[in-house]
Design a protein around this ligand. Sequence first.
Ligand SMILES: NC(=O)c1ccc[n+]([C@@H]2O[C@H](COP(=O)([O-])OP(=O)(O)OC[C@H]3O[C@@H](n4cnc5c(N)ncnc54)[C@H](OP(=O)(O)O)[C@@H]3O)[C@@H](O)[C@H]2O)c1
Ligand SMILES: *[C@@H]1O[C@H](CO)[C@@H](O)[C@H](O)[C@H]1NC(C)=O
Ligand SMILES: *[C@@H]1O[C@H](CO)[C@@H](O)[C@H](O)[C@H]1NC(C)=O
Length: 287
Amino acid sequence: MGPFGKILIVSFLIAYIAVKWTTPRFDPESLKGARVLVTGASTGIGEQMAYHYARFGAKIVITARREKVLQQVVERCLGLGAQKALYIAADMANESDPDKVVDFALEKLGSLDYLVLNHIGPTPFSMWDGDVEHTRWLMKVNFLSYIQMAWKALPSLEQSKGSLVVVSSVLGKMSSPFVAPYTSTKFALNGFFGSLYHELAMKKSNVSVSICTLGLIDTESAMEKVRGVTNIQAYPATEAALNIITTGATKQQELYYPWFTHIMCLSKDWFPSITSYVIQNSYNYSP
Ligand SMILES: NC(=O)c1ccc[n+]([C@@H]2O[C@H](COP(=O)([O-])OP(=O)(O)OC[C@H]3O[C@@H](n4cnc5c(N)ncnc54)[C@H](OP(=O)(O)O)[C@@H]3O)[C@@H](O)[C@H]2O)c1
Ligand SMILES: *[C@@H]1O[C@H](CO)[C@@H](O)[C@H](O)[C@H]1NC(C)=O
Ligand SMILES: *[C@@H]1O[C@H](CO)[C@@H](O)[C@H](O)[C@H]1NC(C)=O
């Protein structure tokens, strides 16, 4: 390796250590009594986030479509130590439901310290077949409802010096086969909330924006899709959930979980053809 390569590697190491060093430490006490709204909390990562917030003694409102399941999650949250736990059933494809959910949370909790946007609509794992109508619907659920809720909650977050947490994906930063509608909604989120992040910082807003980039997580809905199709390792939902929570609580701009998703995102720009080769060969597919 030439001197330039060595300098590059050493500077990266120093930058990495500096970032780790200056990252504020997570104080679990800071979540005691915190007023939190988590979307998509009937299953998967959202459900696990509800349980973590409950253990930290937060006051939480959860939402999703299935009332029965939400009820069970709320009961468990109360058992785990939540100061308050309430649910509201809502369909994020409906144009008025996103506002309705934020209003409900503000009314029941008085204000909000954390808005955690996490829900996604079900989408097929298959090659693009021209279903524009599904993509339009998914954009409403996965993207438009996010910006609607964020805007509605912003004045309250401003008062409480709160945090806006957006759950995104590696697929919001790099494309992959079989997920064209889904990846579009995640790219849209990254673009929108990246822009909002700058605007809030320039306005000296009290509100932090955290964008969470997740790799494959072992939730039921994800595992159902990739079983037998790929042997990419999946990471535990409960750990993903905890990482998202600490990222919001320490007001960090970004999370990469698992950590090597960060390397993947860098490598697609540095080594595009190798990255494409690896992606296309990580699935069992024959035409
Ligand atoms: N799992 C992974 O591998 C992975 C990887 C990268 C990023 N992520 C991200 O992590 C987040 C959570 O993923 P997950 O795997 O935990 O998802 P999940 O288990 O499929 O949960 C999705 C949640 O959204 C709710 N939901 C679905 N459609 C809805 C609608 N129309 N209106 C309101 N709520 C709706 C579901 O509840 P109801 O059915 O009751 O409505 C459920 O609570 C997502 O943002 C996802 O993009 C996941
Ligand atoms: C959205 O929900 C409201 C009230 O819950 C309902 O009146 C309206 O018809 C719904 N809109 C759509 C497009 O389903
Ligand atoms: C930040 O919060 C304080 C109250 O703690 C408020 O007076 C101020 O207006 C807020 N900043 C913005 C930009 O709204």
